[in-house]
Write a protein that binds this ligand. Sequence first.
Ligand code: MG
Length: 216
Amino acid sequence: MPIFLAGQPQRVNSIFCIGRNYAAHAAELGNAIEAEPVVFLKPNSALLAEGLPIVLPDYSHDVHYECELVLLIGQDADDVSAAGAMAHVAGYAIGLDLTARDVQSEVKAKGLPWTKAKGFRGAACVSGFVAANLVSDATQLTFSLMVNGEPRQRGESALMLFPVAEIVSYLSRIYGLRAGDVIFTGTPEGVGALQGGDVLALDLHGMVQASWVVAR
Ligand code: MG
């Protein structure tokens, strides 16, 4: 099932993710705040469009939800400034950076990459995108996650340690961004474990809604 922007299916390319971008979330996991963005990637095959079931990996007993603002890159960006960055953003979505926290803790302790904790099939849930021209100020967006009807996470892009424009500029400088790339911008506090049967309802600033159900 494709991801849509204004009714048009999008071919998602690389999936970049920013870690520790909200001070309160870094604190809840006992992590330091870094001087530059913490970046990791998920394979394209981790993408899960709305309506498809979340299947928890059988090698983890502690898969966490992380509700995040997601960007879609509309045109290639190489070494762009923060001032010029937003022209490369085509749309905004709400998504889940699913994380096998037990696996992540193990690999972090060993100094190994996070891929098995963050990149499993279905670990990158992304809603439809709202066109960027309908968002007047990406630094003033709110978003939320309800699990089984109870509020679990509420985020404000104003609280990001690295704002959206700086993230796009940074990624364009180090890696280069290509049309179709998506960027998970980090999660606020309130992360927690998923159980089979959980129903997750996400909202981006009253503009985009999406829901997923965890398979039993
Ligand atoms: Mg995250």
